[in-house]
Design a protein around this ligand. Structure first.
Ligand code: DLL
Length: 433
């Protein structure tokens, strides 16, 4: 049986959702025009006033916002309400430059937690479940978002945060956690640690997991489902748009429903900025139509993705986004070829490896070098040189057929690549371009 948190809206006919979007967009444009001088100036530069935006069909006229604008307006320049009306901030996990600081009113927190509650119930979990939140708590939105959603559903919530893997497993067992929320790379690491402790999937009570905050492949999903004995669901979001829960996966497990009563999605060509038809791959752009403290208009996410409006077996009518392929700023251009870490990951998992790898790119004598370090699993670990060499060659061939270019593959010992409790670091780009 499919469970919903807000069935009426999640399954509303398209026309009804469009009407809601039209109304909210018009209101939001007025709100931003009156309260965010930074964006008003952008509209004026395009010769626009709020009267020009009568509904979703006029969305394409509005100016974009990007990371650049957030940096320029840091910290208060995009605030849509007086600071005294804000109750919370969160911040991105980025390591370079100024971080993004996002503000929330109580109403903004409320709608964000609703989105996370929808994601939790779409996994089949209800108030009868025990939800272990193993995303980081703090400035990162993962912990707070899923924690709030779990409360709204009425789950017994374990606010674990990330780290201390043995205690994570002990709590799952002792407190009967049935749902776990963390990054997919940490879920894979939990599986690995369980194996080492001699635990089998049937020894733990987990039945579902909600994994997001970084790109992960279908192969990795199958791997996690097998080692933890659960169903693994994707969840998408970003700090600028509140956090996790902008989109979430349902029982169909083939793409994430975007919460269209709160966010309008578009796909654009990142070069020409032209809006592309549904079904075409491009950069995902979001307009938040409810959020008042940090109202993002046509925000360029840099995530590369495709949208599909299809009838879903779960009954939800919200448009679906595919798993993001990567980010435009994550995409490596090696010897002129576009390479996403997720493509490399898919080849590794197909060949029986786990997602423990690192991509090292450099430029020597004007030529790009492309090295992939891959951990052997404990089962395949050997000192037989001929066998290692065969395995390496197989991976070189697999990567060549996926990417069209040759990589140097080095197999390394199990556990030699540093594990991450949050988002994994997959790429080291040493090129000085
Ligand atoms: O990662 C929010 C989040 C927390 C999402 C927990 C899901 C679960 P930021 O730190 O601002 O926010 O990073 C946002 O992470 O633009 C994507 O590039 C990437 N990302 C988030 N979810 C997914 C996903 C949180 N399911 C950036 N698949 C986004 C692929 C994802 N990439």
């Amino acid at each position: 049986m499919e469970h919903y948190y807000q069935q009426e809206i999640e399954c509303a006919p398209r026309e009804e959702i469009l009407k809601i979007q039209d109304r909210k967009l018009v209101e939001q444009v007025k709100h931003v025009w009156e309260n965010v001088p930074y964006y008003r100036k952008k509209m004026e530069e395009k010769g626009l006033t709020p009267d020009d935006i009568k509904g979703v069909e006029d969305l394409h006229k509005l100016p974009f916002l990007s990371k650049y604008d957030l940096r320029e307006a840091y910290p208060y320049g995009l605030l849509g309400v007086p600071l005294k009306d804000c109750v919370r901030i969160h911040s991105t996990s980025g390591t370079t430059g100024k971080r993004v600081v996002a503000f929330y009113t109580q109403g903004d927190v409320d709608l964000w937690e609703d989105c996370c509650a929808r994601a939790i119930m779409a996994t089949g979990c209800t108030e009868d479940d025990v939800c272990q939140v193993s995303y980081g708590y703090g400035l990162f939105t993962g912990g707070a978002g899923l924690h709030g959603g779990s409360h709204k559903v009425g789950c017994l919530t374990i606010p674990m945060s990330s780290g201390n893997t043995e205690r994570q497993i002990m709590f799952i067992q002792d407190l009967n956690a049935t749902l776990i929320c963390c990054t997919p790379s940490y879920a894979a690491y939990l599986g690995e640690s369980m194996k080492e402790m001699g635990l089998k999937p049937e020894d733990i009570p987990l039945k579902a997991g909600i994994f997001g905050a970084e790109a992960w492949s279908e192969e990795m999903r199958r791997d996690i489902e097998k080692t933890l004995g659960i169903k693994a669901f994707d969840i998408y979001g970003l700090t600028e748009l509140s956090g996790p829960g902008v989109a979430f996966e349902c029982s169909a497990q083939n793409g994430m429903h975007i919460n269209e009563d709160h966010f309008i999605a578009e796909i654009i060509d990142p070069e020409t900025e032209e809006v592309l038809p549904e079904g075409t791959q491009g950069e995902l752009v979001f307009t938040a139509i409810d959020k008042k403290a940090f109202p993002m208009m046509r925000y360029r996410t840099r995530d590369v993705c495709t949208l599909h409006r299809v009838k879903c077996s779960c009954g939800r009518t919200f448009v679906k986004m595919e798993k993001p392929k990567g980010r435009t700023d994550d995409m490596l251009i090696i010897r002129g070829v576009n390479v996403f870490p997720s493509q490399i990951e898919a080849v590794l998992l197909e060949n029986g490896y786990q997602a423990n790898y690192q991509i090292i790119v450099d430029r020597i004598n004007n030529n790009d070098t492309f090295d992939v370090h891959v951990e052997m699993t404990p089962e395949m670990f050997t000192d037989n040189v001929a066998e290692i060499s065969k395995r390496q060659n197989d991976l070189v061939a697999g990567l060549k057929s996926m990417l069209g270019i040759k990589a140097k593959v080095t197999l390394v010992a199990p556990k030699s690549i540093t594990r991450s409790e949050g988002k994994a670091v997959r790429v080291i780009d040493r090129r000085k371009i």
